[in-house]
Write a protein of this length. Sequence first.
Length: 417
Amino acid sequence: MNHPLLRQSSQWAVVLRLALRNVLRQKTRTSLTVSAVALGVIGLILTGGFIRDTFLQLGEAIVRSQNGHLQIARTGFFTYGSRSPERFLIEDPGRVAKEVGLQPEVTQAMARLHFSGLLGNGRTNVPVICEGVEPDKETRLSTHLAMKAGRNLTAGDRHGLIAGEGVARTLGLKPGDTVVLVSSTAEGTMNSVDFELVGVFQSFSKEYDARAVKIPLAAAQELFGSRGANLLVVELAATRDTVQVAEALRAPLAAAGLELRTWNELSDFYDKTVRFYDRQFGVLRLIVMFMVLLTVVNSVNMSLFERVAEFGTMRALGDRGSRIFALVVTEGLVFGVMGAIVGVVLGIVLALLLSAVGIPMPPPPNSNLGYVAQIRLVPSVILEAAIVGIVATTLAAVLPALRVSRIPVVEALRSGY
């Protein structure tokens, strides 16, 4: 059979075989070019993996020190609740928590009561945001909440209180001190309760630590004069299930007059950080592509300059300019594939080594807690890095290939003498 498709595939096979031979016969130049492509791919894999790890650890810190995966409240609370929390109470949070807990991805749901007040040490008062929490459930959720002094709340702390590091520093408090929390009740009257400071915490957010105190939910309800709660905070088995569970719960919750927010919807800082790093990584991809382009263009130009007579001979023997063009571009493609393979392998090895050692990082802006970074092996990042290397080297060969394919046969042959 002499089908056109078979003839075309055979021609491409010949071009590919010639391209491989040409690449492999210039061992030194090929090694330098492949190394340049591989370095670019390695840089993209390591940088992309580091940025993805930053996103992951930042998200987990937000989830497990403050927000939980989902928060459920009366419709309007997230917009107006900070000014009038008494208007947006869930009267039977236990029932709602039980219904939410029917979702298989939900680990636990806990009630919180939010209100503002004044915390005093007998000499000075500071305005605070008070959270009434269920101690045992909150302890299981808040694995990223660091206790700087004392201990966390327990179910036996009827009138125990933990304060953010900034609050404790402002009032000069230490565990064991007695403080007075003053707040208005749901009916608008003033109420005050004495608490014992049992611990000082440090969360992800420095701003939060400067204003927040936590007390047992029962004590908060006593102080606020209500048996309800403002929020249900939901913990999931895995953060990746957040969107799926949120979509499953939105409609039934809306029918009950409730609304839902995911942890990233509640954190403007996280979304801004993700956009910032994504743009940085996009710029880095362009820089790496430009560097690879320059390196490969230089290598290809030097190789083609030495091979002009060879191309002239090919033209004299009947090969068209299009075949010369295809050969040179295919050589660039081979450079790219070789560099991408080497870069991916070395990038994965280096990522595993760096992750095993760990990279100590200082606290991000407006944060209290540092962390140990790793290099995440993300398939999409690795694939993007390989594609950037291959595309850059292939594009780098296009202009030299056009130029050499258009050199007149006589001029090309003369260059060999």
